[in-house]
Design a protein around this ligand. Structure first.
Ligand SMILES: *[C@@H]1O[C@H](CO)[C@@H](O)[C@H](O)[C@H]1NC(C)=O
Ligand SMILES: *[C@@H]1O[C@H](CO)[C@@H](O)[C@H](O)[C@H]1NC(C)=O
Ligand SMILES: *[C@@H]1O[C@H](CO)[C@@H](O)[C@H](O)[C@H]1NC(C)=O
Length: 449
């Protein structure tokens, strides 16, 4: 009798608990950046301080964006190439006037967990692949921000958006313009007036804000008014959320912390005739980096540019941690543009199954097609890591109750010598469910008791 009573109670609690799980309170909001304007062939590289962002102590679950026009239509990459967007967290002085924050000494940037010390401090960021790349942070994890205790007195938490977009309507060389070839931009000095060294053939130094790529003779079209539309999903902070750290690994990081390290961009040389004959036109770049604090990898994704052929991250013993492969579009529509990377595959290891140790040396590999040369290419690898030191999330209240009830029932069952019956019944409940084991009237009688 006692055993039966236990089983009924199990079931009641089990059913109750399922209901309590319900929707998890994910909130979604979509925002627009300030507008930016592009003439055919022109570049916009804009920095917007204090952009709209969900307020309060929250855990961000996803962040994604795309470029839209004035009517809200998605703009395809072959018209406006989205080189990158990045979103940085910072603490800004509460009483700052608009424009004050352009002076970076007046704000406190809150960088991600590494590893580059001077570049790549962002929390979120992608490029052309943004429309089809998964950024969801699985439960119970979240990117925890907005904790008022972390904000110095007189400051508040804000967000900075950098959008780099290149209009390629009517240009002579679409790929060249998106790869920022210096020759196409007729640029010999950088944004700050410093001479660009002669062997620098392409990259961000040559396609700064308001530069102009080479146009086909006589091409004319309208100036476009554009926005970055971005969508944030989040939950309000609560103790069951396990915070994750953001690491951004850069293939050009030599691990030396020198000026030659963390250059973000690199060049891919065209393969030679022998390699071409062997069908071997793949440029593979490798770097080894030490991660100071390990933990469980719960998400991974790479960022590559056109020509990218995949990236992988390995542990010190050579085990594969995550592979991220680009997918290329096949048509004309936004999200499916031929010759552009429209998405990157992601890794969602079963939590606890992919661990890295404190101080472990990781190996990052970047493959690019070398059928033709590429300038200003990138290979970043974002990983979200839940550190080991953290306590596991506290079980919900009725789970504790459920667990203690199990021990109580096992104890009772032992006392009545019904261990076997309890065991078999438990398995039956798990597999068949309550209703097939018990008649409704018994359920109600007990529930009402
Ligand atoms: C390139 O720049 C130089 C000087 O900055 C200018 O004189 C020349 O006309 C430019 N060429 C083109 C094709 O725009
Ligand atoms: C350009 O030349 C400098 C030395 O003058 C060298 O350090 C650098 O690696 C070269 N860059 C490229 C892309 O060849
Ligand atoms: C990179 O290219 C090498 C050589 O072609 C290949 O063995 C490796 O599997 C590739 N890795 C990824 C992640 O694409």
């Amino acid at each position: 009798m006692q055993t039966k009573f236990c089983l009924v109670l199990f079931s009641l609690l089990f059913l109750h608990n399922t209901e309590a799980l319900g929707p998890v309170g994910v909130k979604t909001e979509t925002f627009l950046s300030p507008p930016f304007y592009l003439k055919p062939g022109q570049v916009a590289n804009k920095y917007y301080f204090d952009i709209p962002f969900p307020k309060g102590h929250i855990a961000v679950k996803s962040f994604n964006g795309e470029v839209i026009d004035e009517s809200g239509n998605p703009v395809p990459l072959h018209e406006t190439y989205l080189h990158h967007w990045v979103v940085e967290r910072y603490h800004g002085f509460k009483d700052s006037a608009p424009g004050d924050e352009l002076d970076l000494s007046k704000i406190i940037l809150v960088r991600n967990s590494g590893l580059c010390k001077h570049t790549l401090g962002q929390y979120f960021g992608l490029g052309s692949e943004t429309r089809k790349t998964d950024t969801w942070v699985p439960d119970p994890y979240g990117i925890v921000v907005g904790n008022p205790e972390e904000v110095p007195a007189g400051y508040e938490e804000r967000w900075l958006l950098n959008v780099h977009a290149i209009d390629t309507r009517g240009v002579t060389d679409r790929l060249g313009c998106t790869e920022c070839r210096c020759g196409l931009y007729n640029v010999t000095v950088d944004e700050y007036g410093h001479a660009i060294r002669p062997n620098y053939t392409g990259g961000l130094l040559c396609c700064y804000d308001e530069t102009q790529c080479k146009m086909r003779e006589g091409f004319e079209s309208v100036t476009r008014k554009l926005f970055l539309k971005y969508t944030v999903e989040w939950v309000d902070w609560e103790p069951r959320i396990v915070p994750v750290k953001i690491y951004i690994l850069d293939i050009t990081d030599s691990g030396t912390n020198s000026r030659q390290s963390c250059k973000v961009e690199y060049e891919v040389k065209e393969c030679n005739s022998e390699e071409r004959a062997n069908g071997d036109c793949v440029d593979t770049k490798i770097t080894r980096l030490v991660i100071p604090h390990g933990g469980d990898i719960i998400y991974g994704v790479a960022h590559q540019h056109s020509g990218g052929a995949g990236s992988a991250l390995y542990g010190q013993d050579g085990r594969l941690l995550c592979t991220s492969i680009p997918s290329y579009g096949e048509g004309k529509d936004a999200g499916n543009e031929a010759n552009y990377i429209v998405g990157m595959s992601t890794c969602y290891p079963k939590p606890g199954s992919v661990k890295i140790a404190d101080g472990e040396t990781l190996t990052l590999i970047s493959n690019y097609s070398s059928n033709q040369m590429h300038t200003g290419v990138m290979n970043l690898f974002y990983i979200l890591v839940a550190e080991h030191e953290q306590l596991p999330p506290a079980p919900p209240k009725n789970m504790i109750c459920f667990n203690s009830l199990i021990s109580w029932c096992i104890e009772m069952s032992v006392k009545t010598g019904a261990v076997l019956v309890a065991g078999v019944s438990l398995i039956s409940i798990a597999t068949m469910g309550f209703s097939r084991l018990y008649h409704k009237n018994k359920y109600e009688a007990l529930a009402g008791a």
